[in-house]
Design a protein around this ligand. Structure first.
Ligand code: NAD
Ligand code: DAU
Length: 349
């Protein structure tokens, strides 16, 4: 079936892997990447597919309703995969309103424009990408399932929980065809170096301190970003409308153990004596309201859709470290804002 799929946030970390997968795997679909290119988004992430005939970029902010309406009309959008968001918990603690604007109001804008443009809602899908953080924090036992009650603890997770509720409200009230997935922590190429793993890789390389919040005992469940993109492909095509699917790596790590693993692997890769980089570990003040543990039970997507993570963590971490070491320019450009210039040169500002 011919589809014109609007993917929001396609210039960001997860979005660029989703856009690349869809553009390459489905030449019959038109993929429209809508992104306003915040500090976290850049078009260099999409260089591999930017000339593909089925790829279109639109620099639009979710807060601009008339621009959103114009994009739907211009490209006859048939479906939405919504990833655009403010995504960093620490930034949400210093500027919660930015998260309300993009994650809540931006999502409601997109729902409204899609609802009004589609009219007949039966033949169109609104797929919302969310996070395991909406379920709150776990102690040392148990897992989040799709029926775990929402209990968001940070301004970021409160904004994502709110957007999830709006998506469900549109499904219930207007009979919009929707699906939501809630995923655990992603890692891999193209992640902005404010998040734990790319920040540590960047700092180890440059002999800078590795800030570990609190005692480093908080636990996250890590998934390679391409495996998340594969899950999104599967849910988009085979997920049941109205459902929620949890996605996770079955791969829990304490933060301090991840930081130590990165130190060991990078010492070997950089030809440093074993133990050199661990000396950079610096315990710092804990994140306010720091969630202790996230752990996903992904058995629903496994059983219903046959999804499994394809990469073991050690292999994924090797690939990730290698990517950052081989893409030093990318790191320098995202940290200096140079990719804004790339956009102006390629798209005329
Ligand atoms: P990211 O911060 O790397 O990218 C977000 C993208 O959205 C950027 O390209 C940015 O320019 C764009 N954007 C932000 N505000 C916008 C606006 N107002 N209008 C248009 N575009 C805007 O985020 P990510 O880590 O790739 O996360 C993508 C989605 O997946 C988010 O919805 C996030 O909540 C969710 N998620 C992330 C993770 C993770 O570990 N990173 C895990 C689960 C779910
Ligand atoms: O669980 C999914 C979520 O994972 C996504 O919804 C978010 O968008 C994504 O940012 C991520 O949130 P986290 O807060 O878990 O990721 P972050 O990389 O910021 O932090 C991972 C853990 O490492 C967390 O316990 C805080 C800790 N940390 C983080 C940073 C940046 C440190 O100890 N030091 C640091 O410098």
């Amino acid at each position: 079936m011919k589809r014109n799929i609007l993917i929001t946030g396609g210039a960001g970390f997860i979005g660029c892997h989703v856009v690349k997968l869809f553009v390459e795997k489905y030449p019959d679909y038109n993929i429209i990447n809508l992104d306003c290119l915040t500090y976290a988004g850049n078009l260099e992430n999409l260089r591999a597919i930017e000339s593909s005939p089925n790829y279109i970029f639109e620099k639009v902010n979710l807060l601009d309703v008339s621009e959103l309406e114009a994009v739907f009309a211009k490209h006859a959008v048939t479906d939405v995969i919504h990833l655009a968001a403010e995504s960093h918990v620490d930034r949400s603690i210093t500027d919660p309103l930015a998260f309300v604007k993009t994650n809540v109001i931006g999502t409601v804008n997109l729902l409204n424009v899609a609802k009004d443009y589609w009219g007949d809602l039966e033949n169109h899908l609104f797929y919302h990408i969310s996070t395991d953080e909406v379920y709150g924090s776990l102690e040392d036992g148990g897992f989040f399932t799709e029926t775990t009650p929402y209990d968001p603890q940070s301004p970021y997770s409160a904004s994502k929980a709110s957007s999830d509720h709006f998506v469900r409200a549109y499904a219930n009230t207007y009979k919009m065809k929707t699906v939501i997935t809630n995923c655990s922590n992603n890692y891999g190429p193209n992640q902005f170096p404010e998040k734990l793993i790319p920040l540590c890789i960047h700092n180890i390389k440059n002999n800078k301190p590795l800030p570990v919040y609190g005692k480093g005992e908080n636990i996250r469940d890590w998934l390679y970003v391409v495996d998340h993109a594969r899950a999104i492909d599967l849910v988009f095509h085979e997920g049941r409308a109205g459902e929620t699917y949890n996605i996770g790596g079955f791969n829990e790590w304490k933060n301090i153990d991840i930081v130590q693993l990165l130190c060991q692997k990078m010492d070997a890769k950089l030809g440093r004596a074993s133990g050199t980089s661990e000396k950079l570990i610096t315990y710092v003040k804990d994140r306010a309201g720091h969630d202790h543990r996230y752990a996903i039970d992904a058995s629903k997507i496994q059983k219903e859709l046959g999804w499994e993570p394809s990469l073991q963590f050690e292999e994924g971490i090797e690939k990730t470290i290698d990517w950052y070491l081989e893409n030093e320019d990318w790191l320098n450009n995202v940290t200096s804002g140079n990719y804004q210039k790339y956009y102006e040169e390629h798209y005329g500002g």
